[in-house]
Design a protein around this ligand. Structure first.
Ligand SMILES: [Zn+2]
Length: 99
């Protein structure tokens, strides 16, 4: 997350962030001990899809059992998904064809 200008940006996702939402992400980044409170209840049928990035580590996330988690710090992005999908469409990333 680039916060050097008035409009924060998600660099990996190539998208602008609303300043209020960037503040929520910043709080999540700065308080790793409370990240787990952002997890939603288990829901094996819930699937967000697409490619997302951890605002703390900048690495892609993985999705399983209804949770979107960072592959590095394992923090859940679940509570951000509605805002990310509905308010901040990411640049589409070309996927590898199935092998
Ligand atoms: Zn992370």
């Amino acid at each position: 997350m680039d916060e050097s200008s008035e409009i924060p940006r998600c660099i990996p996702g190539d998208m602008d962030l609303a300043p209020a939402f960037a503040a929520v992400l910043r709080h999540w980044v700065d308080h790793p001990e409370s990240r787990e409170s952002n997890a939603r209840g288990p829901s094996p049928d819930r699937f967000y899809g697409d490619t997302w990035f951890c605002p703390a580590c900048g690495v892609p996330t993985t999705e399983a059992d209804g949770h979107v988690r960072c592959t590095c710090c394992h923090g859940p992005l679940d509570g951000f998904m509605w805002d990310l999908i509905e308010k901040h469409p990411h640049k589409l990333i070309e996927r590898m064809p199935p092998s």
